[in-house]
Design a protein around this ligand. Structure first.
Ligand code: M6R
Length: 614
C-alpha cells in the first residue's frame, strides 16, 4: 500500500527522500511524488509527481528546484482515482502553501468535498486525499495556526489514515497524524525522519518513535512533540531502538529478495528455536504468570489472519488441536470481523500477521477485544499496531521481509505456532514430558532439514522449466499439508499470474477431478502422514487420467517416485512439522515459474506488501 517518507534536518532532503522511497518500493505502488520547502525566496512548497515506477520520477527530478532541507515523499497504490500523475501525492491546497501525503481512506471525503467546493475550493484530482489538504487550508484561513488547522481538519475526517504535511506557513516543521495506518518517526542527531515503515529510514537511524492511533506530532530538526488528538500538552513517547540492520534489507547477491528470503529460512527457524527453547522447556518472555493462568483456563481458540498468515492459522489449528486438545477455529480476518463472532472472555483469539498492520486483522483484533476475549498476536514487525494493541505478543523475529510474496515469515509463523501449541499442551497437562522431548528433538532438527530441502532447488527449477507455460495448476494436500496446498497455490498465483487452486485432496472427487487431463499439472503434497495411503489413492486417480503428477514426498519414498512425473523430496520428520518442510519446494516452484515467465517477482502487479486498507 502507499508508502510515506519525510525528512527535516541540515542535509538536502531530496536524496534522502528518494532513497527512503526506494526502500518502500516493495510495498507496491503505481505512482510517486515529492514535495520540498524551497531554500530560496518565499520558502514555498514545490512538488513533483509522476505515474509509474520511481525511475520515472527521478528522471523528472533532474534539474528541478527541489533544493530544500525539509521534504515529504510518497508512493501511491491507487484506491480513489486511476493511477496517474494528477492523482499522485503530494496533494496541494488552492494557495499551494500546503502539501500533504496520505495512506488510508477518508470515508466521508465526498461530503467534505461538496462542502469545500461550495466554499470555492478548486480540486485538481479524483482522490480522497485532496479533501484533507483543502480542509486544512480552510481552517488555517480562520485560525492562522497550522497545528490547530491540522487538528480541526483531522477531527472532521472519518476513516483510517496516516498523514504527513509540510507547509510554507511553518517551513521548519513537518506535521504528522496517525489513525490505524502505520507511521513512525525516526530520531536522528539534529535531524528527524518520518516513514510508514521503519526499514525505509533504517540506513539513517534505528531509533524510532511509534505513534499510537489519534496521535499527531510536530517534528522539527531537533525536536518531536507528540499530542493526543484534542489535547494541548505534549505526551512522553519512548524511543525504541530496533535491532534489524540494513544488510537484512539488501538482496545480498541474490537476484531477488524472495529467493534470498527463502534461503534465510534455516537461520530464521534456528533463531526462533534458540530464543524459545531452554532444554525441554518452551519459553515466551511476553507470557507472564498472570497470562499463563488465564491461558490454562481457556475453553476455545480462534486463529484469525489473512493470506499466507491465514494458511499459517490453518496449520496452527491442527497443531493446537493435536497438542492442547481444545476446540480450535481458523478464520480469515475479513470474515471474522463482520460475522459477530461467538467469542467471550474464556476464549483465546490469536492474530497472525507479518506486518502487524493489516487492516482487516487489526479490525478483527479490536472486535475480539470488545468481546473481552484474551488476544495474542504473533507478529514479525516489532512495534507495529497489532503488536501494541494485543494483550500479549509473540514476535517471530524473521527480520524484514521485503518480497511481496511471504516466505520466511510463514515458516517463522509455523515454527512459533508449533512451539506455542506444545507450550499450551504442557500447560494444560495434555502432553507428558516424554512426548515434549520427542517433539522438541524433531524441532531441533529443522534448521538442518530446511537446508537439506533447499538442495532440491535444482530439481524444482528443472520442473518449473518444463511447466512454466501452463496456465492452470492444481495443488492437493491433506491434514497438515492441506493448508500448504492453499499456500503453494497462492504463491504461484501471486507472482506468476497463472491460475492455481489449492484443495483438500479428499475433495478431489467432489469436483476438481473434472479438470484432470494430460495437460493438467497437479502438485500432490504427500509426506509421510496418517493420510499417506489416501494421498496415494488420489495420485493414482490423477495418473489414471494422465494428469502431470508433481509430488512432494519424504526421502526414500519409492511408491510416490514411481507414480510421479516430477518429485521433490523432504527429510523425514514428525507429521506436525511436515508443513514446515513441505512448503519449501512449493515456494521455490512458484519462484522459478515466475522467473521463467519474466515476472516482477518481488513486486508483482496489483499487490501490496502490507494491506493497510480494507
Ligand atoms: O502482514 P500480514 O501477514 O498480515 O499480511 C497478510 C497477507 O496480506 C499476506 O500474507 C499476503 O497474502 C502475502 N502477499 C502472501 O504472500
Amino acid at each position: 500500500m502507499c508508502g510515506i517518507v519525510g525528512y527535516i534536518g541540515p542535509k538536502k532532503a531530496l536524496p534522502i527522500l528518494i532513497s527512503s522511497l526506494e526502500r518502500l518500493e516493495y510495498r507496491g505502488y503505481d505512482s510517486s511524488g515529492i514535495a520540498c520547502i524551497s531554500e530560496k525566496g518565499d520558502r514555498g512548497v514545490y512538488t513533483i509527481k509522476e505515474q509509474g515506477k520511481l525511475g520515472r520520477l527521478k528522471s523528472k527530478l533532474n534539474g528541478a528546484l527541489l533544493d530544500g532541507h525539509v521534504g515529504i515523499g510518497h508512493t501511491r497504490w491507487a484506491t480513489h482515482g486511476e493511477p496517474s500523475e494528477r492523482n499522485a501525492h503530494p496533494h496541494q491546497d488552492c494557495s499551494k502553501k500546503f502539501a500533504l501525503v496520505h495512506n488510508g481512506i477518508i470515508e466521508n471525503y465526498a461530503e467534505l468535498k461538496h462542502e469545500l467546493q461550495r466554499k470555492g475550493h478548486h480540486f485538481r484530482s479524483e482522490t480522497d486525499t485532496e479533501v484533507a489538504v483543502h480542509l486544512i487550508e480552510e481552517y488555517f484561513e480562520r485560525c492562522r495556526n497550522v497545528f490547530e488547522a491540522f487538528q480541526k481538519a483531522v477531527i472532521r475526517m472519518q476513516g483510517f489514515f496516516a498523514f504527513v504535511l509540510t507547509t510554507s506557513h511553518d517551513p521548519d516543521a513537518i506535521y504528522v497524524f496517525k489513525r490505524s495506518n502505520p507511521l513512525v518517526i525516526g530520531v536522528g542527531n539534529g535531524e528527524n525522519f518520518v516513514a510508514s515503515d521503519a526499514p525505509a529510514i533504517l540506513s539513517y537511524t534505528n531509533r524510532m518513535i511509534y505513534l499510537d492511533d489519534n496521535e499527531m506530532a510536530r517534528v522539527t530538526a531537533d525536536r518531536t512533540e507528540v499530542f493526543r488528538l484534542g489535547e494541548k500538552n505534549p505526551r512522553r513517547k519512548p524511543v525504541v531502538r530496533i535491532k534489524w540492520n540494513m544488510r537484512q534489507a539488501e538482496k545480498d547477491g541474490f537476484p531477488h529478495f524472495m529467493l534470498k528470503e527463502i534461503h534465510e529460512q534455516p537461520q530464521v527457524v534456528d533463531t526462533i528455536l534458540k530464543e524459545r527453547l531452554r532444554g525441554n522447556r518452551i519459553f515466551f518472555d511476553s507470557i507472564s504468570k498472570k497470562t499463563e493462568k488465564r491461558l490454562s483456563r481457556i475453553s476455545k481458540i480462534h486463529l484469525v489472519s489473512c493470506g499466507t498468515a491465514y494458511h499459517a492459522g490453518l496449520v496452527g489449528k491442527y497443531m493446537l488441536s493435536e497438542c492442547a486438545r481444545l476446540p480450535v477455529d481458523a478464520s480469515v480476518s475479513s470474515e471474522f470481523r463482520y460475522e459477530d463472532p461467538v467469542v467471550d472472555e474464556r476464549d483465546l483469539v490469536i492474530f497472525i500477521t507479518q506486518s502487524g498492520e493489516t487492516a482487516d486483522t487489526l479490525a478483527a483484533l479490536r472486535a475480539a477485544k470488545e468481546k473481552k476475549a484474551f488476544t495474542l498476536a504473533i507478529v514479525n514487525v516489532v512495534g507495529s499496531t497489532i503488536a501494541r494493541e494485543a494483550d500479549c505478543v509473540i514476535y517471530t523475529h524473521a527480520g524484514p521481509e521485503i518480497g511481496v510474496a511471504s516466505t520466511k515469515a510463514y515458516l517463522a509463523q509455523l515454527t512459533v505456532l508449533a512451539l506455542f501449541a506444545l507450550y499450551l499442551g504442557k500447560l494444560r497437562g495434555k502432553l507428558s514430558s516424554g512426548q515434549m522431548r520427542e517433539y522438541i528433538n524433531w524441532l531441533l532438527k529443522l534448521p538442518r532439514q530446511i537446508e537439506e530441502t533447499l538442495r532440491q532447488d535444482k530439481a524444482v527449477k528443472q520442473c518449473a522449466r518444463k511447466l512454466y507455460t501452463k496456465r492452470n495448476f492444481l495443488y492437493l494436500g491433506r491434514g497438515y499439508n492441506f493448508p500448504n496446498a492453499l499456500e503453494g497455490a497462492l504463491k504461484l498465483k501471486e507472482i506468476t499470474y497463472a491460475h492455481a487452486h489449492g484443495y483438500a485432496a479428499g475433495e478431489m472427487k467432489h469436483g476438481p477431478i473434472a479438470l484432470i487431463d494430460s495437460e493438467q499439472p497437479v502438485i500432490c503434497i504427500s509426506p509421510a502422514a496418517k493420510t499417506y495411503e489416501k494421498m496415494i489413492s488420489n495420485i493414482q486417480e490423477i495418473e489414471a487420467r494422465k494428469g502431470i503428477v508433481v509430488s512432494v514426498a519424504t526421502v526414500g519414498d519409492q511408491t510416490i517416485k514411481k507414480l510421479s512425473r516430477f518429485l521433490f523430496l523432504i527429510p523425514e520428520t514428525k507429521e506436525m512439522l511436515s508443513s514446515i518442510l513441505a512448503v519449501i519446494p512449493l515456494q521455490l516452484f512458484a519462484y522459478y515459474v515466475a522467473v521463467f515467465n519474466k515476472r516482477d517477482v518481488d513486486q508483482p502487479r496489483n499487490l501490496a506488501k502490507s494491506v493497510t486498507v480494507e
